[in-house]
Design a binder for this molecule. Sequence first.
Ligand SMILES: *Cc1c(COP(=O)(O)O)cnc(C)c1O
Length: 440
Amino acid sequence: MECANRIQVLDKNDDVYSVIKKITEEGGLDESFYVCDVSELVWKCNNWKKLIPRIEPYYAVKCNDSRIVLQTMAALGTGFDCASREEIRRVLSLGVKPNKIVFANPTKKISHIIYAAEMGISAMTFDNEFELYKIKKHYPGAELILRIKCDDVTAKYVLGQKYGADPEQESERLLSLAKSLDLNVIGIAFHIGSGCSNYAIYLEALAAARHVFDIGKSLGYVFRFLDIGGGFPAKKSNSIDEIAKYVNKGLAEYFSDTNLQIISEPGNYFVNSAFKLVSNIHSKRIITEARKNGAKETSLRMYYIDVSLYTALIPVLFQEFYECRPVKSIPNAPEYPSIIWGPTCDCSDKISNGAVPMRDMEIGEWMIFEEAGGYTLSIASEFNGFPVPDIHAVVNEEDWLFLTEKAPKPLSREKFVSSKNLESYLTGLGTPCTFRTNYF
Ligand SMILES: *Cc1c(COP(=O)(O)O)cnc(C)c1O
């Protein structure tokens, strides 16, 4: 049974954790792996449609560009936000139509503009006059979207210092220039930044977009497109319920025209909680320090796992730490201060946030890192010769039926494998991986 690049359909009494337990208990395996819960992607998509029905999500490819994610999003009928030729190529290779792609990079390489023109991807953003001249020369028929700046200052990753025209100071000048170049501007985009906590910013951003729509109108443009960007909550625990209230309110107030096409570009919202990383402890040290003046001895446990922040958890570099715990739980086991290190010979390759309390772990044991799908795989490198973990994809039975029968673009049954078939495969080959990370 060849199982590469297939999604495991879970038995009724299985879930993601029981699958992880089975794989790690097979024995003989010492490579880390991700588990992608395809059902989580399906749920996120349905949740979006339920809460913000006027907005069509265009998944931001840079957040996680693995085949399992792009293939599932394509099946669910979302659009795609691409920023480069390769991202566009990957999405098109799945049979996605060019009109479901927005080239949402305000500063594009000329060769990528030409590629977009060849492929018929007409929707693209801009925020400066040089971009307009480039597009005039290489893709005069493009459908342009002016990206304006509207930052949430509480956002963890503020984008306004890099992108976005000032709605007051620059928009009119840029739209006049576009008009005089006879370019087709179809609407406005903004991105409030990622990791934002002040959701009322959406009201401000939508008001600013309305203002620029009106400027466009005074210059003779009839805008029909609005893009509210990405930056939606990534944690499973904070959903988009609150944001939906603000966004729906702002749309009702400023954009009551139902002919408008409104899109968003969520990345982390979709993928972060859909991935778990499962990693193997391959080495261990205990550092004991005798305290002076007869105080108690302290000991620090140090564990070395086989994924580094470079191969799997790059957000750690930006002080984003992961909830992590042993795969095998032992109730009431005493806990000790413990540091988790990556395998590379780099002292910044520290995965835990300093010393964290954890039960004593043995070499060969496994740990789970939760919510590891966003900005991990798409940035990973094989620094120091350690491989990027492969992905084991699972889906529950109900969503398997949905994806193969009722989804907007159903997936073929060959893309799935039943748990029963997979078990014989596991015993035969000793590897859990169905999706190679670099498979595209
Ligand atoms: C990165 C990015 C996104 C996705 O941001 P998330 O925080 O992952 O939702 C969307 N749009 C643009 C233009 C981006 O650069």
